[in-house]
Design a binder for this molecule. Sequence first.
Ligand code: ACO
Length: 428
Amino acid sequence: MSETASISLNGKSYELPVITGTENEQGIDISKLRDVSGAITVDPGYKNTGATKSAITFLDGEVGILRYRGYPIEQLAEQSTFLEVAYLLIYGELPSSETLLDFRKKISRHTLIHEDMKKFFDGFPSKSHPMGQLSCLVGALSAFYPESLNPNPSEEEENLTIIKLLAKMPTIVSWIYKKSLGHPVIYPRNELNYVHNFLNMTFGQITEDISIDKSIVSAMHKLLILHADHEQNCSTSTVRIVGSSNANLYASISAGISALWGPLHGGANQAVIEMLENIKNDGGNSAKWLAKAKDKNDPFRLMGFGHRVYKNFDPRAKIIKEACDEVLEKLGINDPVLNIAKELEEAALKDQYFVDRKLYPNVDFYSGIIYRALGFPTDMFTVLFALGRLPGWIAQWKEMKANKEPIGRPRQIYTGSTTRDYVPLDQR
Ligand code: ACO
């Protein structure tokens, strides 16, 4: 007999079905609760609420497990490429070499962006934040590809929109960077692989060809793979909920980019480096900053620490920390903020405040140090996160549509005034 859970309310008892996932996670299905009892559930921040059933990513925060479509993140980061992982997330299986080649070829045919899009770049003030530009430019793609507005496309049409977005994102990201420098943009080169092409458009010069070290390309693959999906987080839930209104893919991803921007989410990678710089400029006293993070009257938090789901360790942080050491050694960089980061991490992991609250370094704690070593300015870090997360957002949007999920529309408990009569202006 299948398991049920019961709720007693106002002297009545209600039996609710229990759903069990393939990893034996259990959820109480309350989808009929309001119909039968009149009551809703309240869960600020959705800490206990499953919004969907999903077959894309599994993570177990208690033991630090992360898998895409069943494959452990450690194996993918070590052995796969970003485009292969993108295919896996979006279409559900690892591609054969023929399928991967075809996927690559299709993407390389769509890497250019409409020349009129350059006018947007010209319109942004030179100091505007890259995330604001990215969100705007991705949303603007819908204007150039109006066929994407069709809420019921054929499979072929939907795939073309997906391919176009995957193809154009690296071009948009690298051009945002070029424009911030006042440099001419570099056009995509179809003979280069996805990640190499992105690095070439970002660090290449119109005046000469550059060669990018293999180890740098490989570190970038790893970083993007580690960011590629993370189940129902803030930005992904945003993508799904916006898409649930039948908004097009570009609009849904643009909304996800905005959600990612905040320092409590993807924006933490920028905030971590700014914090480490502040600590360095303040004399490098990590104990003082640790005390600030613990002080409830001080809004300061240790950026790059803590996670809504990981309560043991973030497996991505572990891989990134190793990659960080490798990249710094390869490039011969001795970054003083790395020492502060290591000192802070060590002190926090021993500190009772952090131990009690199960606060560990998250993916963002070390990623900024690698990005900096590779030559990216701080305000580009979250954009790189978005570039990595794109396949995950697309996969989740596609799954939401395939499942025919209803429009996302939470309820509320109203706490405002009860009914009262309007008072004309001259009597107030
Ligand atoms: N520094 C100091 N204290 C912290 C931190 C931190 N980084 N994170 C959580 N806490 C404390 C809270 O003050 C709270 O303490 P209390 O119980 O005494 O009130 C307790 O730990 C629980 O924290 P919540 O904010 O309730 O946990 P929540 O799950 O809502 O937040 C979050 C998770 C947003 C990631 C939080 O840990 C945080 O702000 N971290 C810093 C920002 C960051 O690194 N974000 C990136 C997350 S990873 C990602 O999105 C890619």
